[in-house]
Design a protein around this ligand. Structure first.
Ligand code: FAD
Length: 423
């Protein structure tokens, strides 16, 4: 049987393992560095383009049960301390048949792990990948972990996130802070948190998005009247894992941020939402183009392949789409050859061709999403009063119908795993 070793059981890796198990004869072997998944982490929003993939896996209703449907987005001006416009999100359901869902990332992660278990796929926790040998003359690739375990693979998938080890093996200069194919710091850092129940919040199903000079602050509803908030700031690189002091320094710079009084805190973001948080985290925002490495038997998906700007909420969504696209390409592989009654590895050439097809079909779309995110980020993070004024004017003049039309290219295309007869 063809074996796909997947490094990283995050959203991309776990989704891929489920898709391979459900829709192919390929055996997914999933390895995760963490000893288990804790509950530290952000909120996430997923839109129709990725929800259709989770629906195909039979997960939509289960995800809905742990999510908050987001019915509209209120956009405010921090300077004027007033509402600019409201975008009605019902077009997602009306046009694309899926809503916009907001939930805790850890809940989706738990859902994926339990679904994997039910489908007989183990998540091998505590396996930190430290080496991959993929030589043209070897029959298959060999993946090594720091606990001494070694596994043979026909194909190796790096789903190991923005700080990807596999990217350093396949993309020149592929480590954090390097130039060229590397992942670079954007100059922006996000502080985010999850609150306890805010019962006085007037709206359980609305996102608040505030336009400020040189800063973006947003607040998403979570189930049970909790809120997920994020503030993005211009900062020098704070290191890959900023400490408590660094987090506090960023928050100290946010004292003037406004937030609707109705959430408590007398119109102060810090007093109303940040003070009510049960956990707060600071992360530097990285970016990394999709480089096309020498393919061989190794392929990258999700943040390992492309770290996207966070302003359009598509990082996890694109990781899920990557999983569907890669599954489609792997469905084109020939049967595993048998020699003298023993299973051999599929040839490196056949694997490489399938990975190349995946890259050709995915790269333009991912690059378009990245560009979209960069443009939105430039407007959101601008320190110019003139640019901010223009952004606010444009928001005021934009109708929901116009927004629905402008995101058709994101949510319109079908990103499902094809049936073998369609491949
Ligand atoms: C504040 C914030 C808000 C966001 N909001 C959204 C949003 O609303 N919508 C959205 O779509 N996206 C959002 N994103 C982006 C999204 O979180 C990522 O794009 C997504 O998690 C990428 O998934 P992934 O599976 O590629 O990587 P990850 O989720 O990072 O998973 C990688 C996994 O690999 C494991 N790993 C790493 N190295 C190794 C190794 N050597 N060996 C074994 N395992 C390893 C890690 O432990 C981890 O579990 C947000 C990001 C941030 C920071």
């Amino acid at each position: 049987m063809t074996k796909a070793v997947i490094i990283g059981a995050g959203i991309g890796g776990s989704t891929l393992a489920l898709m391979l198990k459900r829709f192919t004869n390929i055996q997914p072997l999933l390895y995760e560095r963490a000893p288990s998944f804790g509950h530290l982490g952000a909120g996430l929003a997923l839109a129709p383009n990725s929800l259709q993939c989770l629906d195909q896996l039979g997960l939509l209703q289960k995800l809905k049960a742990i999510s908050q449907k987001v019915s509209c987005m209120n956009m405010y001006s921090n300077q004027k301390r007033k509402l600019i416009t409201t975008m009605d999100n019902s077009f997602y359901q009306d046009i694309y048949k899926y809503p916009l869902l907001s939930f805790e990332r850890a809940r989706l992660q738990d859902l994926l792990v339990s679904e994997l278990r039910e489908n007989g796929v183990a998540v091998n926790f505590g396996h930190n990948c430290v080496g991959v040998s993929d030589r043209a003359e070897s029959p298959g690739a060999v993946v090594a972990f720091d606990n001494g375990v070694e596994v043979e693979a026909d194909v190796v998938v790096g789903a190991d996130g923005g700080n990807s080890f596999l990217r350093t093996l396949t993309v020149p200069g592929g480590a954090i802070g390097d130039q060229g194919g590397g992942i670079k710091y954007t100059g922006w850092t996000t502080v985010y948190g999850i609150t306890d129940q805010i019962t006085q919040a007037p709206t359980e199903d609305q996102t608040q998005l505030i336009s400020s000079l040189g800063c973006s602050h947003v607040c998403w509803p979570l189930p049970g009247k909790q809120q997920f908030w994020a503030i993005t700031l211009h900062e020098p690189f704070p290191g890959p894992r900023p400490d408590e002091q660094s987090l506090q320094e960023s928050l100290d710079r946010c004292q003037d941020l406004w937030f609707p009084e109705s959430y408590g805190g007398n119109g102060s973001f810090m007093q109303g939402i940040v003070k009510r948080s049960i956990r707060t985290v600071k992360v530097p925002l990285m970016s990394g183009r999709w480089e096309t490495p020498n393919l061989g038997r190794i392929v990258l998906i999700g943040d390992a392949a492309h770290v996207l700007p966070p302003f359009v909420g598509q990082g996890a969504g694109q990781a899920i789409e990557d999983a569907a696209s890669l599954t489609n390409s792997l469905l084109t592989l020939p049967e595993t050859p048998m020699v003298a009654g023993r299973t051999q590895h599929i040839s490196r050439q056949d694997i490489s061709l399938a990975l190349e097809n995946h890259t050709i079909s995915r790269k333009p779309r991912v690059e378009k999403v990245a560009k979209w995110g960069e443009n939105v980020g430039r407007g959101s993070m601008s320190e110019s009063r003139i640019v901010k004024g223009l952004v606010e004017l444009a928001l005021k003049a934009t109708t929901t119908k116009m927004i629905a039309k402008s995101v058709k290219w994101v949510h319109g295309p079908e990103t499902l795993v094809k049936k073998p007869s369609q491949v």
